[in-house]
Design a protein around this ligand. Sequence first.
Ligand code: ZN
Ligand code: CU
Length: 494
Amino acid sequence: MTDLTIRNVNVIDGTGAAPYLADVEIEAGRIKSIGTGGPATTEIDGQGKFLSPGFIDTHAHDDGAFFRHPGMEFKLAQGVTTVVSGNCGFSAIPLDPDKDLVRASGGILAGIEGDFRDLEGYFEAVLARNPAINNMMLVGHNTVRTLVMGHEARKPTSQELTTMKDHVSLAMEQGACGFSTGLIYRPGRYSETDEVIALAEAANPFDALYTTHMRNEGDRLLEAVEETLLIGRESNVHTHISHHKSAGKPNWGKVVESLQRVDKALGEGQRVTLDVYPYTAGSGRMIEYFNLDNISREFAEVIRIASCPAYREYEGRMLVDIAAADNIDIVDLVRQILTAPKGDRTLCIHFIIDEADIETNLRHKDMMVGSDGIPDLNGKPHPRLFGTFPRILGHYVRERKILSLTEAVRRMTSLSAATFGIKDRGQVREGYWADLVLFDADKVRDTASYDDPKQEPEGIQLVIVNGGIAQQRGRHTHIGSGKMLRYRRSAYSE
Ligand code: ZN
Ligand code: CU
């Protein structure tokens, strides 16, 4: 008998096709049939609501969260069933357990005792925690470079470059979907374009991706796009621009030109894709945005503290307000925070993006959605961690009508699956893995705010991961049915 039948649902299949009414039968983790369902061990009445493929978060930093929070409630509650981790050049692998894990991973492995070294070991370690959702991994430039060269600000020797390339190749052999960079961060920013090309070339034999947090997203955005496209052309790999934006008020609107440049490259046959998060603030490790010898007052003024081990009382407050209340100059305040014990673990939120640019991005034909959520639940994280996907459906689809419901779902499911080599997922289709989300299109909305960010969204009624009921009417079942995915192949240990 069938394991699970979800009756009476409006199927949005993920391809962009119009919804249709059907029952969906699930057996052994996969979709057995879509039509008129027979009897099943478990039956759920969908009451005519929309059933779509589970959402794919193309931009995650969940490498460490799979250890710290294997229930992945903040993702599951949004209807996310698969994440792509290892972004912005920071990944859990490769690792030398004898070295400083926090430093190598850009903080994503803070507090974790890792005894894995490569992707195989990482997958095995994560699966032992029964993760709630699926994970596809990138291998990160900053991590690889730190492992081989520390934080040295110089070119690699040819031997070092070969060693780095070997790490990247090994990760892909083991199933990583690509190579990521974060060229604004240390030590990625010390690399020149030719180093990145050489490492991105390691993705070529696997036809895998090069994904990038570009060298500049503000004053020199267009130059950074040129560099990105050059890297893609020279290495001949599919290039994906992460969290596309123009940061800083004087740069607002530049995304129009940047997208035109991408369109031109597409017209010339280059493979380029992008994603965006639906918020006007960015977030990251505060230390990465400042030069302690020359602290930018202007940037400090748009910062709000997300989490701060040294000064918990600052969490959720703008630096300008803290400075005024404590009667201290904002520049001195930045120095005080960053030089305190564990000051380098401070996470901040910076209001740097124009709302109109988000809509411009979402109007672009194949713009995908990535949360860029930073899974540190201390303090007040950026609300994108809990709200991204319902925010697209509620705010940008229903309220602002920037894109249609079926198109939004396509960009958050089948398109992401095809781009990131997530096999047999991303569509409601017979034989595909049963990663599904049932939602109420009239009610779905994000409730996470900057003041109250750890709020699960409304209107997500049921989330199925590999055929298992992971979340139902707001209740997490902790069934732990997630898998570790390998690029265009079956999952690890299958
Ligand atoms: Zn980034
Ligand atoms: Cu990121």
